[in-house]
Each structure stands twice: as C-alpha cells, then as structure tokens.
Design a protein around this ligand. Structure first.
Ligand code: ATP
Ligand code: MG
Length: 442
C-alpha cells in the first residue's frame, strides 16, 4: 500500500498555498505597520519549556504534546504554541538589554503540533501567526495588539467577528478567587471528571476550562474571577474597556473565559467568527492575553508581556465561508505560443526575454496545436499571447494578442528583443481614454 501523510496533517497544494501566501503577505504588512519584526525559533524545544510555561495541568502539556526522547536521551517536544519559544529566545538572547527599544515587539508564523482528535479545523500539525510585545504594562499595549488583530481581519475582508475579553487579574486577585473557587468546588469534588480532580489540587482555575459536560455544568455556577479583582486589577480592566471604546472596537465581556494556558493574567481575549456557514456555533480564530511573569518563569528579568496566536487553518476556513475573493498574485502576463517544432528555440528565447524583463511568462513545451495551446491559455487566464508560427519565424516577426480587448498586432522580433518591457507596456496600455481626452481638447 502507498504511504500516506500522518493523520491530522495536510499537503498544501498550489490552489491553497496561493491563499496562504496572500494571508501571510497581508499579515506581514500589517505587522510592519504596527512595528513588529519577525523572529524564527526552532520547531522543537526542550519539553520543560512548555511544562513550565504553558503548565503541567493544561490539556496542551498533559495530553496534546508531541514529546519524545532523542538519541541523546534529551526530552524534547515539537512546539505546541509560539509564545513560550519566543519568550525563551527573548531571555536567551538578552533582548531585554539596554540596546533594544522597549517594548520589544516581534511576530512569528509557522507550524505548531498538538496530538488532538482531528476534525474540521482541528489538526495535529497546524499553523499560527502570532505577535508578542515585551516590556510594557501600559494597557494601551493590550488594546493596540487587539486592534492589530482586528485590523488584520478587517483587511482580509472578514465581517462576522466577535471580540470577547475578560480579566484574570493579578496574583493577589487570583489567590482570592482560587480560595472562593475551591470552597465552591469542594462539595462537588466527587462528581468532577478525573482530570478535574487532579486539577483541583494543582490548578483549580483549569477546571473552568474543562471540556467535560458534567464539569461544565458544575462550573456554570462557580464564582466569577471578575468579582475577586483587587483595585489595581479592576482599574486595569476598566482602562482596557475605555481604550477599546476610544478606538470604537466593539467587545463583549465573558467572565467565564479563562483560556487553556497557565501563563495569562489581567487581560485575555478571543476573536471568534460567527459566520453563518459555521451553523450558529462560533469558532475561535485568534486568542491571546497578558503574561506578566512568564519571562521571569523562563529565567529572565521581570518583564511584562502581551501577545496573541492566530490559527491560519481556521482563518482560511472563515475566509472561505465568508466568500472572500483572494487575488491571484501569479497571473501569466504573457504566454509564448510557438507553433511547430521549428519554433522551439525562438520560444525558449522569447520566454526567457519576457522573464528577464520581469514579466510572468509561460510557454508550450509539448508541441501542441494552436487550439490545444489556447485551451492552456484559457486555463492559465493569461493576459496576452505572443504567437510565433513557422511563417512568422521566417519573416522575423510575431503576433501579439491582448486577450481582454482582442487587439492583435504584428511586431518585429528585433523590437521585442530590444526592450520586451517597453514593447509589452505600449501594447497593453489602453489608449482609448487617453485619446478621447486629447481629442476633446482639440
Ligand atoms: P481550542 O479551544 O479550539 O482547542 P485553544 O484554546 O487550544 O483552542 P490556543 O492554544 O489559544 O487554542 O491557540 C490559538 C488558536 O490556534 C486557536 O484559536 C485556533 O484558531 C488555533 N488552533 C489551536 N489548536 C488548533 C488545532 N489543533 N488545529 C488547528 N488550529 C488550532
Ligand atoms: Mg485546544
């Protein structure tokens, strides 16, 4: 039997990579506008990096990690998310140093790995775009990064988006909430899922993020973190809301949202699509928050941080369901149509000349007849065709056809070779408007 790709992975073929490149292109431009620069970290890291940051009791670390021992008996893991590696790189490369401007703002894009049950929009190898901003505890940073995500979606043409925010408060607030949470959960302990029983000891907040239906039922009445925020945390959250309003970014507060990673505090957010095609259930495409303390946890100096990760597969699903048209960046500008074996070398030279002039060009290699080649032209949606048959070759000319207008001219080959770009521009510029304008002046 033929070998197949691993479960939960995908081959991205040209009709898809076209869309990926478009999304990545828009993302890079948007990130640049917000002054974020790219970092690229390894695909695998030490297992400890994730258990320490994402958290031992999180689903990601306890169930979903692709971890293994390498031939040197090192415990390593394919990265399940992008923040911990970037924080590690921040610490290891001393990016907190005085020679770097604060906040230090970076983005990443690339594959992430989680051992999950694959289904629509849930893969074992998936891709994230993400940003991280280090060194600012100004709530404006939170709001700016959220605005960046919203602006990215806006530029991609997405409409049905919902921004959900919540606050997890600072450590003091978390301790107060934890106490209340334990008091509430204790009488329900026996009916909690096995996972949540374990979390009860280690990290009860995680229980609020449980996917178990019984847990969800119990958790519905649990004390809300928002009722346990101390004054500074409350003020911080109020400022976030005021700033979102200042930028006219609509949002909803969901006091039950806690996110699946341990390192968050203060602001957390999710951006969901409720596009009709998802059948009423909203899908999270982007999620993030503040992680003051994480840099310290990984061995760096106390540094506030804020960031998000965005699922590219899910984003592309949303683009599809919202019928967003992706422009074709690979259109064939000129197709060289050589007719007859004798034109092979001239076709070779012409297609090369076109490409040297910076035009995107294609030709026939299979000695197809004119009809067959026009079918290819159609399929490629080429804009123009340069036809050279054996007669033309003998006369030293070619016929140039602009497909949109049907305009056709005969041009000496020498003129084309002299300056392909100039020839192309002259022949493809629509002069009608120009001429009309000047005729009126007369
Ligand atoms: P979920 O609750 O859907 O499992 P999550 O909380 O695990 O999501 P994050 O860790 O916050 O997700 O990752 C950020 C984004 O990455 C998600 O909103 C989603 O778009 C995407 N994502 C996460 N896991 C997967 C996956 N297995 N396959 C595809 N995309 C994913
Ligand atoms: Mg998950």
């Amino acid at each position: 039997m033929a070998i197949q790709k691993p479960r939960g992975t995908a081959d991205l073929l040209p009709n898809q990579t076209k869309k990926w490149q478009y999304v990545e292109e828009i993302a890079r431009m948007t990130f640049a506008d917000y002054q974020f620069q790219e970092v690229r970290t390894p695909i695998f890291e030490s297992y400890d990096l994730f258990s320490r940051s994402v958290g031992e009791t999180s689903d990601i670390v306890s169930k979903e990690m692709y971890d293994f021992y390498d031939k040197g008996d090192r415990h390593v893991a394919l990265r399940p998310e992008g923040t911990a590696p970037v924080v590690r790189a921040y610490v290891e490369n001393k990016l907190f140093g005085p020679e770097h401007t604060k906040p230090y703002k970076v983005y990443y894009m690339g594959p992430m790995f989680r051992y999950e049950r694959p289904k629509n929009g849930r893969m074992r190898q998936f891709h994230q775009l993400g940003v991280e901003a280090f060194g600012s505890d100004n709530p404006a940073t939170d709001v700016e990064v959220i605005a960046l995500a919203m602006s990215l979606f806006d530029q991609l043409g997405l409409k049905h988006l919902k921004l959900i925010i919540n606050s997890l408060g600072d450590i003091e607030s978390r301790i107060a909430h934890k106490e209340a949470l334990l008091a509430y959960l204790t009488p329900h302990f026996e009916v909690l899922s096995e996972d949540s029983k374990r979390r009860f000891e280690k990290n009860p907040l995680r229980i609020l993020d449980s996917k178990d239906p019984k847990d969800i039922e119990i958790v519905a009445q649990a004390p809300s973190i928002l009722d346990y925020l101390n004054e500074p945390s409350k003020t911080y959250f109020e400022t976030i809301k005021t700033m979102l309003e200042a930028l006219e970014i609509p949002y909803e507060v969901d006091a039950t949202m806690v996110r699946g990673l341990d390192y968050y505090n203060h602001t957390i957010f999710e951006i969901m699509s409720d596009a009709p095609a998802f059948g009423g259930t909203a899908t999270t495409i982007c999620a993030g928050g503040r992680y003051n303390g994480l840099v310290e946890e990984i061995g760096g100096p106390a540094t506030p941080g804020f960031g998000f990760g965005l699922g590219v597969e899910r984003l592309l699903m949303v683009l599809d369901t919202e019928n967003v048209k992706i422009p074709d960046l690979h259109e064939v500008e000129v197709y060289i149509m050589g007719l007859g074996e004798a034109t092979n070398i001239e076709s070779l030279k012409l297609v090369q000349a076109a490409r040297d002039a910076g035009l995107s060009a294609e030709r026939d290699y299979l000695n197809r007849k004119m009809k067959g080649q026009f079918k290819v032209v159609d399929k490629l949606a080429a804009k123009t065709v340069l036809i050279i048959g054996e007669d033309e070759l003998e006369k030293g000319v070619a016929r140039f056809k602009v497909l949109a207008s049907g305009k056709e001219v005969e041009v000496p080959l020498a003129e084309i070779y002299q300056d392909f770009r100039k020839f192309y521009n002259i022949q493809t510029t629509d002069m009608t408007a120009f001429n009309e304008f000047f005729n009126k002046e007369d």
